[in-house]
Design a protein around this ligand. Structure first.
Ligand code: PMP
Length: 430
């Protein structure tokens, strides 16, 4: 039996629909035997451009020799140690280096192990901050189309959708406001102000994906609008949480999406690109004011949260190596090169009647494909798009009828051109 069939006998894959029917060969997972740069190679020698950076995590290309060397060195010295009561060089160095490049108000780093847990920690920090200070402020504001992860807190602050439906009665109530997409800003500001009035002194925090809402459909909005929302929150003693799990580490053209803002968020969530896509890791950072609310003689004010693999030394080492690469002139130039390419492509695609809502922020471009078919994530049109790109040797995972490109920064202009040419032939797939 081949690997794909052995897999389907024993493995339950994420976000993968399985029908009662016999599995179609095209529904079987593709066994990947090797990654190199932007390419993934399957067991039959087929090559795929990883145009979505393997769920947005990979920023320097696969099996990067520099990261591999650093991680394997670390593996021989210390693979892991409990992080309560103990510490180690990679964790301290990573925290120091991150605080150096994050918005200047960030002062402490809390480690966890993926994007959802980074979000969970941020929510607990915000709610317990108020509780420690003697306030009962427990409500959270989030965007209508938000996606913050799959654990229960993260699902609660995400949009209600087909993904969260079976759990809807179990999710805590959240105040949703519209995303301030171009032209829609006032609606968003007005709703925020109205909700603050309705829930005076009850709102703990506003959580948002800065500039780009990822899984909610690659919706993009301006930094000036977010600045306005944050400043309304600040005036009303509401903490602000920037979920930079997707936008962090160069995706928006700057190191962090928060770097486009005048305002500074109180809490920042990081993951995905943090380790260059090598190891799972989550980080939640916060201001000194927040941290100080957890320091007390009273032990009940402690942040009682932690995961077995908190600050795993291998993951910290991968993150340090990834940071070395990210801060190099070459990588920064690549980010600018890709951003320019995407902007030019966005302008070019405007003349295609088959695309609408063409948008671009930094290294990310997204378009909606015009179709008469149903366009949710669950439809067959989306599956056809996915298979169309795979047949061209390109890994893209459309969100419904939204096709987006979010490549590793080492992608060449030739490969970008190849992907955009494939994109332009979409209308012919019907
Ligand atoms: N926040 C955002 C903005 C995300 O895009 C994601 C994942 N796509 C998450 C949180 C959750 O991250 P993870 O899948 O690592 O739990």
């Amino acid at each position: 039996m081949n690997l794909a069939n052995r897999d389907s006998n024993v493995i339950w894959h994420p976000y993968t629909h399985r029908s009662n029917d016999e599995l179609n060969p095209t529904d079987l997972p593709i066994p990947i035997v090797k990654g190199e740069g932007v390419y993934l190679f399957d067991e039959n020698g087929n090559k795929y451009i990883d145009a979505i950076s393997s769920w947005w995590v990979n920023i320097h290309g696969h099996a990067h020799p520099y990261i591999a060397a650093k991680v394997s060195e670390q593996l021989k010295t210390l693979e892991h140690v409990i992080f309560a009561g103990f510490t180690h060089q990679p964790a301290v160095e990573l925290a120091e280096r991150l605080l150096h490049i994050l918005p200047s108000n960030q002062s402490k780093v809390f480690y966890s192990d993926n994007g959802s847990t980074a979000v969970e920690v941020s929510l607990k920090m915000a709610i317990q901050y108020w509780s420690n200070k003697g306030f009962k402020k427990e409500k959270i504001i989030a965007f209508d189309n938000a996606y913050h992860g799959d654990t229960f807190g993260a699902m609660s602050v995400s949009a209600r959708s087909g993904f969260t439906k079976p759990f809807s009665s179990l999710l805590f109530e959240v105040i949703h406001i519209p995303v301030p997409i171009n032209g829609n800003e006032d609606e968003s500001f007005t709703k925020l102000r109205a909700e603050i009035l309705n829930h005076q002194n009850e709102i703990a925090a506003f959580i948002f994906e800065p500039l780009v809402l990822g899984a909610g459909g690659m919706l993009m909005y301006e930094a000036t609008a977010l600045d306005q929302l944050i400043s309304i929150c600040k005036k009303n003693e509401i903490l602000t949480i920037a979920d930079e799990v997707m936008t962090g580490f160069g995706r928006t053209g700057k190191l962090f999406a928060s770097d486009h803002l005048q305002q500074q968020p109180d809490i920042i969530c990081l993951s995905k690109g943090l380790t260059g896509g090598t190891m799972p890791m989550g980080i939640t950072t916060c201001t000194a004011t927040i941290f100080n609310a957890f320091t007390s003689e009273d032990r009940s004010k402690t942040m009682y949260h932690g995961h077995s693999y908190t600050a795993n030394p291998l993951a910290c080492t991968a993150a340090l190596a990834s940071l070395d690469l990210l801060l190099k002139e070459e990588c920064q130039q690549n980010i600018q090169r890709i951003s320019t390419y995407m902007q030019t492509l966005a302008n070019q695609l405007q003349s295609f009647p088959s695309f609408t809502n063409i948008r671009c922020t930094g290294t990310i471009i997204a378009v909606d494909v015009v179709t008469n078919e149903e366009t949710s994530y669950f439809n067959s049109f989306r599956d056809r798009l996915y298979h169309f790109f795979l047949s061209k040797g390109i890994l893209l995972r459309p969100l419904g009828n939204t096709v987006y490109i979010m490549p590793p920064y080492c992608i060449s202009n030739n490969d970008l051109y190849y992907i955009s040419t494939a994109l332009e032939t979409i209308p012919t797939i019907g």
